[in-house]
Design a protein around this ligand. Sequence first.
Ligand SMILES: [Zn+2]
Length: 165
Amino acid sequence: MKNLWAPWRIKYIEESYLVKNKSKHTGCFLCVKKSKTADEKNLILKRGRYGFVIMNHYPYNAGHLMIAPYRHIGDLEKIRPAEASELFLLVQQSIVALKKAYHPDAFNIGMNLGIVAGAGVPGHLHIHLIPRWSGDTNFMPIVAETKVINEELKVMYHKLKKHLR
Ligand SMILES: [Zn+2]
């Protein structure tokens, strides 16, 4: 499992390095993507008032989405009630869209708070939403980021977008 061909990871590693080596959140990819207008190019599926849904450009599994607040905050306790409820609503809406478009059997939902916990962007928290299909893989290879993606991101984007207006 460990040596699966996964060229997109290289870009992720390079970008993570850049993020870590830039000061403040100018290098935060979530802040960069949210401030641009080309949502399709940036794979932003939905924008709410306080947060947005974006496809993971380097997914652990097909349909891997991230739900993040617009504010650059790393601590969950600093999220305001209005932001928290909208983020949860966006998770629900994303689940509905994934179910309609791809009929997954299950979901993994989680957050990595802090570098030690595996956060790629420790300064800007985000909720991972990962659809699962029976027999796709167990959770460990997902954590190890070695799953090969079976559908092009752009194709998925348009399919999911139809259900996430
Ligand atoms: Zn940010």
